[in-house]
Design a protein around this ligand. Structure first.
Ligand SMILES: Cc1ncc(COP(=O)(O)O)c(C=O)c1O
Length: 399
């Protein structure tokens, strides 16, 4: 029965290999950290994780998960509204709301699910959602789904182009609700959304503003409260979505933070809530412990910023041209996809784990390696990684 499908899949997989876009999984045999044990490669320095605050392996985060396992068992064995909500979910949701500065929040098993839930649940056929062209795949797919489920209108504005966004908003003046969605930090560039301008446009055109802060929570702002804190705008974003799978402990999970009624409505109607189990309590407890850790250790956010600035400056001094920016995502544009993949391969041989990205993930001719810095990297980690990047860069004729 599977023959035709198997033949097609095998041929496609062969094509991926031939085109150099086949992804080979690398297996870690230790906790995520600045240095990990990688099967077949020994100890490597990690510059490709979203473990921005280095919380994946802090003892408090690990212990909270263990305690929750003892207290609540493995999971809920049910979706939330039937009998699947533990007190730790409520505590986590209060902490998420407190962190990002909204009255309420609702957790999901991933930010992918959160992004899928927002437009598809909150919009209807008289409404429109307008999205930045470079938004994350989960937002794009969430919007596609919303269009199919609700028959809402959809629009895309050119990346960070406020003139284009305004045109789209003007053209949507007859819509009952206008929703604008942007990433807070665009993960391939490390660029921060122009939040003050976008928020102003939303106010002028009576639009709901949604910001996906997956790469900003724990990262931007003096205390890691995200893009809004970076711009002094805490409390001014209507809906924030974010992940628990990056800076906040790195396990999994996501949330929507907004008003009580928006979160209540999602509890009542969001299909990923109604038809899928809640976060495992171990994961919820580790994420909660991560938020509490962040609240007590703002110096981690400062350390992250200092490490990122140091790394960026040293790359420039070594003759590389990282994309300018202020975030711990530091892409170095290399041009052709093959070069990015080769650089990543050679760096791994030098004990440094950096992913290369090529077309179609990034535009043609803008293939890159993307370095991601953590607060937990020591100067020694960064200097060793920089030395390897310099060596490989020289070998490939980049510097
Ligand atoms: C901007 C953005 N949104 C959403 C997600 C999805 O997050 P999760 O892993 O929690 O589903 C990611 C993860 O890569 C992301 O970068």
């Amino acid at each position: 029965m599977m023959d035709a499908l198997e033949r097609r899949l095998t041929a496609d997989l062969e094509g991926f290999r031939k085109d150099g876009v086949y992804k080979k999984l690398l297996y870690l045999d230790s906790a995520q950290a600045p240095r990990v044990r990688m099967e077949g490669h020994g100890e490597v320095i990690v510059l490709s994780s979203n473990n921005y605050l280095g919380l994946c392996n802090v003892p408090e985060v690990i212990q909270a998960g263990k305690d929750a396992l003892d207290r609540y068992g493995a999971g809920t064995a049910s979706v939330r509204f039937i009998c699947g909500t533990f007190t730790v979910h409520r505590a986590l949701e209060q902490a998420c709301a407190r962190l990002v500065g909204t009255p309420a929040s609702l957790s999901f098993v991933s930010c992918w699910n959160a992004n899928e839930a927002v437009p598809g649940t909150l919009l209807g056929e008289d409404d429109i959602v307008i999205s930045d062209q470079l938004n994350h795949a989960s937002i794009i797919d969430g919007i596609r789904l919303a269009k199919a489920i609700t028959r809402c209108q959809t629009g895309v504005y050119r990346h960070a182009d406020l003139g284009d966004l305004e045109e789209k908003l003007k053209a949507a003046s007859d819509r009952r609700v206008r929703m604008v969605i942007t990433d807070g930090v665009f993960s391939m560039e490390g660029a921060i959304a122009k939040l003050p301008d976008i928020a102003q446009l939303c106010r002028r055109h009576d639009a709901v503003l949604v910001v996906d802060d997956s790469h900003s929570t724990g990262v931007l702002g003096t205390t890691g409260r995200g893009t809004a804190e970076h711009f002094g705008m805490v409390g001014e974003v209507d809906i924030i979505t974010s992940t628990l799978g990056k800076a906040l402990g790195g396990a999994a999970g996501g949330f929507v933070a907004s008003t009580e009624s928006a979160c209540d409505y999602l509890t009542q109607r969001a299909r990923p809530q109604l038809f899928s189990n809640a976060l495992p309590p171990t994961v919820a407890a580790s994420a909660l412990a991560s938020i509490e850790y962040l609240e007590h250790h703002p110096e981690r956010v400062a350390a992250l910023r200092q490490n990122a600035a140091y790394f960026r400056d040293r790359l420039l001094a070594d003759g590389f041209s990282p994309l300018p920016g202020e975030t711990p995502i530091i892409p170095v544009i290399l041009g052709e996809t093959a070069k990015a993949i080769e650089m990543s391969r050679l760096l791994l041989a030098e004990g440094v784990f950096v992913t290369g990205f090529g077309f179609p993930v990034v535009p043609q001719g803008q293939a890159r390696i993307r370095c991601q810095i953590s607060a937990a990297h020591t100067r020694d980690d960064l200097d060793q990684a920089l030395a390897a990047i310099r060596k490989v860069g020289q070998r490939l004729g980049i510097v």
